[in-house]
Design a protein around this ligand. Structure first.
Ligand SMILES: [Cu+2]
Length: 248
């Protein structure tokens, strides 16, 4: 009899705790539970990757326009390229310092490792966008710029591959589709990321680049080559950070 009474009292004490546990994530402490922040940051990473891809596509359009091979179409490519670069930058900035991010930071999660990662990734993307902005010219292009612009197209393409690969790997790791689809997404995403790293290595230090250096276009003595190497280094940083995107 006494045991039954003790058991009932124990249950009475435990019930509110159990109920709070089942109610789950937000228990009114201001700070978001890990899962909520993880999901939010995941979506923000996807938006940032999209912003980066927009800027890269814009930069490619501008470069093609600067090659001056099809004047009337070049005008469209030029205008649209600037639009995409500006919009892409705005998407990244919104994720890093918009209201949603401010709310997350106010919740006390500013120093959480995933949050620090998000900001490091975003800052590295903004460095790339800034370098691409400086590279974009409205005037004519010197003839010897053509090979370097082709390098820039490949560098931009590598970052785009990595952004898409990171999105796929991230989606697969959420495990929402189950089974083979998720596994394929993770494997393919990681393959894209690795391939992007190899492409950057080949463009930045392969035979073609070494040949250009040997013929006088050195990173130290040739302004456009200096800019190319700055872009290449910034791209390497972005791609390596994308490859380290936390699963959460
Ligand atoms: Cu070089």
């Amino acid at each position: 009899m006494k045991n039954t009474k003790s058991l009932l009292m124990l249950l009475a004490l435990l019930l509110p705790l159990l109920a709070a546990g089942c109610a789950g994530k937000n228990t009114g402490h201001g700070s978001m539970a890990g899962d909520d922040m993880g999901m939010k940051l995941h979506h923000q990473h996807m938006l940032m990757n999209h912003g980066l891809s927009m800027a890269l596509e814009g930069s490619n359009s501008l470069m093609v326009a600067d090659m001056d091979m099809a004047p009337k179409i070049d005008a469209i490519a030029h205008e649209h390229g600037h639009y995409m670069m500006n919009m892409g930058k705005a998407v990244i900035n919104e994720q890093l310092s918009g209201q949603e991010m401010k709310d997350l930071m106010m919740g006390g999660d500013a120093q959480a490792p995933p949050m620090l990662y998000t900001h490091e990734l975003g800052e590295s993307m903004l460095v790339v966008v800034d370098l691409l902005g400086k590279m974009a010219k409205s005037g004519s292009m010197p003839a010897d710029m053509m090979p370097m612009h082709h390098q820039h197209l490949l560098i931009n393409h590598a970052m785009d591959m990595a952004a898409q690969g990171a999105n796929m790997a991230m989606l697969g790791k959420m495990g929402m589709a189950g089974g083979g689809v998720d596994t394929y997404a993770v494997d393919h995403g990681e393959m894209m990321l690795n391939n992007a790293k190899s492409l950057l290595t080949e463009v930045m230090s392969g035979d073609a680049m070494m040949d250009m250096h040997a013929k006088g276009k050195t990173p130290e003595g040739h302004a456009d080559m200096t800019a190319t190497h700055k872009l290449g280094e910034a791209a390497v940083k972005v791609v390596h950070l994308l490859a380290k995107m936390p699963a959460m």
